[in-house]
Design a protein around this ligand. Structure first.
Ligand code: BGC
Length: 775
């Protein structure tokens, strides 16, 4: 393995420092010293502790310590120095035994500062795991749980109490800037993945934060946008994943989102935060805002948004003022304080866990590689181009063959100890590759990087950088390499991240990329040599217009710090690809129903942009309802580049007929399918179970994913029986007129497929009468 552990990685978390300077210092008033016999958290009851808190102290507890750590008062502690680079901390109240807890991002690995000014001898790297849509492409819940365990262990050993992940907003449209942090266009897959991640992290004794609750599907005007959608779409698509994760994994916290839903900030919505999340789903943890999210601190308190992060001074005045004027009932504040105290009590900080700052980065690096291999998706493989045969040699093309993107930017970025490049991976595997090309590309990348304009936007360092212009490949170099090397490997890369959505142009290959691919393809094919394309992307791109230039295409995503090793192992067949798409890849951007109004509409063209993100009031209407992703493309029979659930293997699988526990549904039904590896090499298969419901007054998609499972590694000829259990809820749609889930009587078809468009077996059963389920 190639692991050049960097001594001191320059990529710092200056972002946090910039935020620090952007926001007003949290100048704290010194609290009066209170009785020394005060009840202590953990010894006295929570109610007694709450009673002993002054109003000012309660208000400190429901806001974080801010991002600018000014001088702290003598009684309320701060931990700004405990874990530098963490996203936030809560206040400590030592006289009542309440410690401060630390919250840190994020979805692909723990995000903290890698180096510390006061400790030059040590580094504090974390493992960069693959991005979320690669994880969901593995369809492997136990593997994702292991990733959670590793991230949880790193959090705990670095003194972090709550990890600000997983993120599970729906991929509604390809250009969503943070799609790479989220799992899928499908809520079942998203919810199951998030639940597995939460179980893993929390098994280590640290908390998680399911985010961003809810309907935060793009970045444009993210702090002001009003998402208008109907209750059915909200329940079936946007809330559904959160519901699954809350019920199946009991996250310690949930993070409300920046946006409004139907006119109300989610962080100020009692309907979402109290009625749905707590009363209907049984959530009993803390709800925190996203950083600087929402407007009215008193409304947030009333709605059940317990914790305001990162916390600002003016919020204290707002809350105290509202209590004094009678607008906010202090009992609501007490309720929120109680939730926060419960969280604190569960934290490693409370039990004074002696963290060692030495998580097992080597072991977690290996896990990062395993996961990357399990989630990459083989999209095309004509004439068994892959796996590469012995003694093949490669010529590498495309900027990103030499500048691998291992993750996205913003709070989803990780400060990893090392990156295995594609070249590293090839060297490690003993595969010869063209070095003249490599030098030319690297010189080009260096020159172009040096030309990047210096931005005066303080967040620029944390936003995706505009792509570098593709290297102008010379015919001579190309012809020489096609003579000598047995295959071409072309990498196409796309970066994205927090704060901005992707541009339309990002969805398509640039002219220079097209020209390069055309040239490489025609010259190599003239020599009878194949062209393999690696997609080093964070989300969906256009493929229909160029994919015939490639003989094989591997979707590698942004695969984490072991990128090069994982890609090469799949190319060589050391690991058989088993990833399947968690999204539909359409032919073109306008094919998405959301394209009509993406990202949204500015409400007042005269409005002055406000705040750090320079947002203006805006709205977007989700008039696609529940018909998005494969629900739309498959129902409307729209031709696509690759359907939801698609992915190739180096072997083949056959499915037995489906055996159903009954032909008539009562309270559940169990389907069994035997999967056999009928090919020549060992491999794993993801079986997807879709259900087509009878068409009634509640219009149904052609079919919906209702269950899935991945086999273990099956040797050629080996079989495995997979079992799937469906409940009434799995047959139901949300009847917004009657505010309930409804499974309607009639005939259902259960389909088992290799993808949403390659159904191998199906079986019918009936539901004799309607079943209504309370939300
Ligand atoms: C992001 C959150 C993140 C928080 C703290 C916000 O900008 O939207 O996902 O957890 O910052 O870093």
């Amino acid at each position: 393995m190639i692991r050049n552990i960097k001594a001191n990685k320059p990529k710092s978390i200056a972002f946090r420092a910039i935020w620090l300077s952007l926001f007003v210092a949290s100048s704290m008033s010194v609290l009066p010293a209170l009785a020394t016999t005060a009840p202590k958290l953990g010894q006295a009851s929570l109610d007694e502790v709450i009673q002993a808190l002054s109003l000012e102290e309660k208000v400190k507890l429901v806001r974080g310590t801010g991002m600018n750590m000014g001088d702290s008062g003598p009684t309320v502690g701060q931990t700004k120095d405990k874990v530098p680079g963490a996203a936030g901390t809560t206040y400590a109240i030592p006289r009542l035994g309440i410690p401060s807890i630390v919250l840190a991002d994020g979805p692909a690995g723990l995000r903290i500062a890698p180096t510390r000014d006061d400790d030059k001898d040590h580094t504090y790297y974390a493992t960069a795991f693959p991005i979320a849509n690669l994880l969901s492409s593995s369809w492997d819940l136990s593997l994702v749980e292991q990733v959670g365990q590793a991230i949880g262990a790193e959090s705990k050993e670095y003194g972090v109490d709550v990890l600000l992940a997983p993120a599970l907003n729906i991929h509604r449209f390809a250009l969503g800037g943070r799609n790479f942090e989220y799992y899928s266009e499908d809520p079942l897959l998203s919810g199951k993945m998030a639940a597995a991640m939460v179980r893993g992290v929390q098994s280590q004794g640290v908390g998680t934060s399911l985010k961003h609750f809810v309907a935060n599907n793009h970045e444009w005007n993210r702090n002001t946008i009003d998402v208008q959608l109907d209750e059915r779409a909200l329940r079936e698509i946007y809330l559904r994943g959160f519901e699954i994760a809350v019920k199946e994994s009991q996250p310690w916290t949930v993070m409300s989102s920046y946006n409004k839903v139907n006119g109300e900030y989610t962080s100020e919505s009692a309907y979402l935060l109290t009625e749905v999340l707590r009363d209907q789903w049984g959530f009993d943890g803390v709800v925190m805002t996203d950083w600087f999210g929402g407007k009215d601190a008193a409304e947030q308190m009333a709605a059940g948004n317990d914790l305001l992060m990162p916390g600002m001074d003016y919020q204290e005045g707002m809350i105290i003022g509202a209590i004094k004027s009678g607008k906010l009932d202090e009992a609501k504040l007490d309720r929120n304080v109680k939730n926060i105290l419960q969280l604190v009590q569960a934290s490693p900080a409370f039990s004074q866990y002696a963290y060692n700052n030495k998580p097992d980065l080597i072991k977690h690096g290996q896990l990062s590689k395993t996961v990357a291999e399990e989630g990459m998706v083989l999209l095309k493989n004509n004439a068994q181009t892959l796996p590469l045969r012995d003694k093949q040699s490669l010529a590498l093309f495309g900027n990103h063959s030499f500048d691998v993107l291992i993750g996205g930017t913003g709070s989803g970025d990780v400060n990893e100890a090392y990156v295995v490049t594609l070249e590293d991976g090839l060297k490690e595997a003993g595969i010869e590759f063209e070095t003249g090309l490599a030098s030319a590309y690297k010189a080009h990348i260096k020159t172009e990087n040096a030309k990047r304009p210096v931005s005066n936007n303080p967040l620029a360092a944390f936003m995706p950088k505009p792509a570098l212009v593709e290297f102008g490949l010379k015919q001579e170099l190309l012809h020489a390499s096609a003579q000598k090397y047995s295959a071409a490997l072309v990498t196409i890369g796309r970066s994205s991240g927090e704060f901005v959505d992707r541009q339309q142009s990002d969805f398509y290959l640039t002219e220079q990329e097209r020209a390069m691919l055309d040239m490489v393809s025609s010259v190599f094919r003239q020599q009878g040599k194949p062209v393999v394309v690696i997609l080093n992307v964070g989300g969906v791109i256009e493929m229909a217009s160029w994919q015939d230039k490639a003989d094989a295409i591997l979707l590698a995503y942004q695969p984490g710090q072991e990128a090069g090793n994982a890609i090469v192992d799949l190319l060589l067949g050391h690991t058989n690809p088993s990833g399947k798409l968690p999204d539909t890849w359409p032919l073109d951007l306008p094919d998405y129903p959301a394209a009509k109004e993406f990202p949204g509409t500015v409400l007042d063209p005269e409005a002055k942009p406000e705040g750090m993100m320079q947002t203006v009031p805006a709205k977007v209407t989700y008039d696609d309802g529940i018909m998005l992703g494969y629900r739309y493309f498959n129902t409307q029979k729209v031709e696509v580049a690759y359907p939801f659930g698609f992915g190739l293997s180096y072997t083949d699988f056959t499915y037995s007929a489906i055996s159903l526990s009954s032909q008539v549904f009562s309270d559940k039904i169990v389907a069994q399918i035997t999967v056999k590896n009928s090919g020549k090499v060992a491999g794993k298969e993801v079986v997807q179970v879709y259900v087509s419901a009878p068409q009634t007054n509640l219009v149904k998609p052609e079919s919906e994913l209702r269950a899935f499972a991945k086999t273990t590694l099956l040797q050629p000829g080996e079989s495995e029986v997979l079992s799937f259990e469906l409940s009434a809820r799995d047959l139901s749609s949300f009847d917004q007129e009657h505010n309930m889930w409804l499974a309607q009587s009639g005939e259902y078809v259960l389909k088992a497929g290799k993808s949403s468009r390659e159904i191998l077996q199906s079986a019918r059963f009936s539901l004799p009468k309607d079943l209504a389920i309370k939300p």
